[in-house]
Ligand binder design. Structure first.
Ligand SMILES: [Zn+2]
Length: 247
C-alpha cells in the first residue's frame, strides 16, 4: 500500500492569500477542495491510500505528526502563490535531496496541466524565500514537498487553474504516487553487519533505539536517505541506520 499525505495549506481562521476571479477564494478553501478531488482520484487507484491533513487546531507540526503516525510515505502541502497581478507560473518547494524526485514529478505534472511558466523546483532558503522550510522538515526521511501551482493574484493564472482544477488534482496525485511506488519497489534491503544499531536520527549523536540492534540478514525497507544514513522500516519499528551496512 502506497500512502500519500495531502496537507492543506493554512487554516480556516488564517486562510492565506485570496485569489482573483474566477476563483475569488482563499488558499485554504481552494486547497481543501483540491485535496478532496485528489482523495477521490486516489480511491480509484489500487494499492494507493491518500489522506487529508489540516493544520487547524494542531498547527503545521501537528498536521505532519498525524501524517507521520498514519504512516505516510510522502506528503504534498497544497498552496497557491500570490504577488502582483502579472506574476505568473508554477513552482514546487522541497528541502532534502530525497524529496527532489517527488518535487520534479509533481512540478512536471503541474506544468503539463496548467501550461504556465516553469519557475522550477526550489530548495534553499534563499531560493524559496523561506517558505515551507519548517513544514518540509517535519517528515524526516520521507519525501515532502510544497506545491504552488499558480499565482492566485494573477487573473489569467486563476482562470487556467479554475478550468483545470480536476485535471490538476489527478495529475499531481498520479505523479506523486508513481514516485512513491517506485521508491517502495526498489527499496528492500538486508542488514549485512552482525549487529546494526538503529538510531532516532541521522547521526551517531542520536540515541540508539531500544528495539535495536538489528541482526545480520534482517529485512528492512528503505524509506528515505539522509547523506550516509538510511531511514528504514523493520518489523519492529522505524529508525535510522548507517547505509553502508545494508545491501
Ligand atoms: Zn500559502
Amino acid at each position: 500500500m502506497t500512502k500519500l499525505a495531502l496537507v492543506v495549506g493554512h487554516t480556516k481562521s488564517s486562510p492565506g492569500a485570496t485569489a482573483a476571479a474566477p476563483i475569488n477564494d482563499s488558499e485554504y478553501r481552494w486547497n481543501k477542495e483540491l485535496a478532496e478531488m485528489m482523495l477521490a482520484h486516489a480511491a480509484g487507484m489500487a494499492g494507493v491510500a491518500a489522506k487529508v491533513f489540516q493544520r487547524d487546531g494542531v498547527g503545521v507540526a501537528g498536521a505532519y505528526r498525524q501524517a507521520w503516525e498514519w504512516g505516510a510515505e510522502g506528503s504534498i502541502e497544497l498552496h497557491f502563490n500570490a504577488a502582483g497581478p502579472s506574476a505568473t507560473g508554477s513552482e514546487t518547494l522541497y528541502v532534502t535531496p530525497l524529496s527532489l524526485p517527488l518535487a520534479e514529478a509533481v512540478q512536471d505534472a503541474t506544468l503539463t496541466v496548467l501550461g504556465l511558466r516553469d519557475r522550477g523546483v526550489k530548495t534553499s532558503l534563499a531560493a524559496s524565500g523561506g517558505r515551507g522550510e519548517q513544514n518540509l522538515m517535519q517528515m524526516g526521511g520521507r519525501p515532502s514537498i510544497l506545491t504552488e501551482p499558480f499565482f492566485g493574484s494573477n487573473p489569467a493564472d486563476a482562470t487556467v487553474a479554475r478550468q483545470q482544477k480536476s485535471a490538476l488534482a489527478r495529475a499531481q496525485l498520479e505523479a506523486a504516487v508513481n514516485v512513491l511506488v517506485n521508491i517502495d519497489a526498489e527499496d528492500h534491503w538486508t542488514v549485512r553487519a552482525s549487529a546494526l544499531n538503529v538510531r532516532g536520527g541521522p547521526g551517531t549523536d542520536y540515541e540508539k533505539l531500544s528495539w535495536g540492534p538489528l541482526s545480520q540478514g534482517t529485512a528492512v525497507e528503505l524509506i528515505g536517505r539522509h547523506d550516509e544514513w538510511a531511514f528504514i522500516r523493520a518489523e519492529a519499528g522505524e529508525g535510522f541506520v548507517h547505509a553502508a551496512f545494508l545491501s
